[in-house]
Design a protein around this ligand. Structure first.
Ligand SMILES: C[S@@+](CC[C@H](N)C(=O)[O-])C[C@H]1O[C@@H](n2cnc3c(N)ncnc32)[C@H](O)[C@@H]1O
Length: 197
């Protein structure tokens, strides 16, 4: 799939997802970059073909939907309980109700992991430490990095290359951790230079 242009994300047609967007997400899913992060997730999905993305924190499934935009990729979405209000049966999304850290091979093989869970800094640190200790080479996209003190401290404590994408992500803070700066997929792209998109 051709990469979308970040500058055009606001006008991208996401109507194919409307039957699956439920609850209060019907208000947020369509929001502009800088307000909500879903269009940024769609944009990220167009940087990859044949990848399996990991979505940590399914809730109603909206982040999984956005990451599934490029049908050439697959999404595995994890939650500790099934909170979806309507069934989402799409060929490139698999939902798993379990602790994602049990699926370590899938996590370490994924080029892009979205982490958006309880935002108390504890699980976030656990995932970050797991990836660091296992020499993860991909990208970790964090939602809500400025939503509370615990998340700010977690974000501040990250020692890898990190980029604040809030201006084109979620108003509550979106951060990208680049575990491997030799990652050619994004190294020279506008996504690593927010504001230059
Ligand atoms: C903010 S919501 C996720 C929203 C979703 N990513 C989106 O943007 O559409 C957080 C979700 O993380 C789930 N969660 C909490 N701890 C988790 C864990 N350890 N593993 C997976 N999911 C978890 C919660 O049950 C909740 O549904």
């Amino acid at each position: 799939m051709e990469r979308t242009d970040l500058a055009d994300m606001g006008s991208l047609d996401l109507e194919q997802f409307r039957p699956y967007v439920s609850g209060f997400y019907t208000e947020f899913f369509w929001s502009q970059p800088g307000v909500e992060h879903y269009r940024l997730l769609v944009h990220f999905s167009t940087y990859f073909d044949g990848a399996t993305f990991i979505d940590l924190g399914t809730s109603h499934g909206c982040s999984a939907l956005a990451l599934s935009y490029n049908l050439a990729n697959r999404v595995i979405s994890y939650d500790v309980e099934d909170l979806k209000e309507c069934p989402i049966e799409l060929p490139n999304i698999e939902f798993r109700v379990k602790n994602a850290l049990e699926d370590s091979a899938e996590l370490l093989a994924s080029p892009l992991i979205l982490l958006d869970t309880y935002h108390d800094g504890v699980f976030e640190q656990e995932v970050y430490d797991f990836l660091t200790q296992n020499c993860y080479k991909g990208l970790l996209l964090l939602d809500d990095i400025f939503v509370n003190t615990a998340m700010r401290e977690f974000w501040d404590g990250i020692s890898h290359t990190k980029i604040d994408l809030t201006m084109c992500g979620h108003w509550s803070g979106t951060g990208l951790v680049v575990f491997d700066m030799e990652n050619d997929t994004l190294r020279n792209s506008s996504i690593l230079t927010p504001g230059g998109a």
